[in-house]
Design a protein around this ligand. Structure first.
Ligand code: HEC
Length: 146
């Protein structure tokens, strides 16, 4: 009995690092979000702040599963709007978020197919992108199950 429990625990412990590597560690990503807070808040539909933050960038609540540039009233840049126009059905996934935060201007150039566009987001995250994306899924109630 005891060894069965220990075995089960061991199995679970061994399984976790593999999963964390693939999909990112949301708890670590929550800490990483402090780099985004200067420009982005996470505020739910009822107006409750999950993370208080700036308004230079759009609110990132429910971002995973949402279309590109969907926040009404936010003055998006031409680059992101061109990326959306070229991919009208695209929604944010963890994978796209990882690519976007690594280099937003490179991402809008690639997705729009227009090399002259730039992103209005001047920040680049060069580490722990998958953790951050996993965290954003936890504040995205409408995110599709993977
Ligand atoms: C210096 C300010 C700044 C920082 C820091 C910043 N952003 Fe942004 N972010 C922006 C702006 C401005 C936009 C709008 C971009 C545009 O319109 O081209 C944006 C757009 C976005 C979008 C697109 C949202 C949509 O509605 O499609 C995502 C996703 C995003 N940021 C995630 C992040 C994450 C995650 C971080 C932290 C790693 C971060 N940003 C850090 C300013 C910032």
């Amino acid at each position: 009995m005891r060894s069965a429990i220990v075995g089960a625990l061991l199995g679970a412990t061994l399984a976790i690092p593999a999963v964390a590597q693939d999909v990112g560690d949301a708890a670590a990503g929550e800490g990483e979000f402090r780099k985004c807070r200067a420009c982005h808040m996470i505020q739910d539909a009822s107006g409750t702040d999950i993370v208080k933050g700036g308004a230079t960038g759009p609110n990132l609540w429910n971002i995973v599963g949402s279309p590109i540039a969907h926040t009404e009233g936010f003055n998006y840049g031409d680059g992101l709007l061109a990326a959306k126009a070229a991919n009208p059905d695209m929604v944010w996934t963890e994978e796209e978020l990882v690519a976007y935060v690594t280099d937003p201007t490179a991402w809008v150039k690639e997705k729009s197919g227009d090399d002259s566009v730039r992103s209005k987001m001047t920040f680049k995250l060069n580490r722990n992108q998958a953790d951050l994306a996993a965290y954003l899924t936890t504040v995205s109630p409408d995110a599709p199950a993977e």
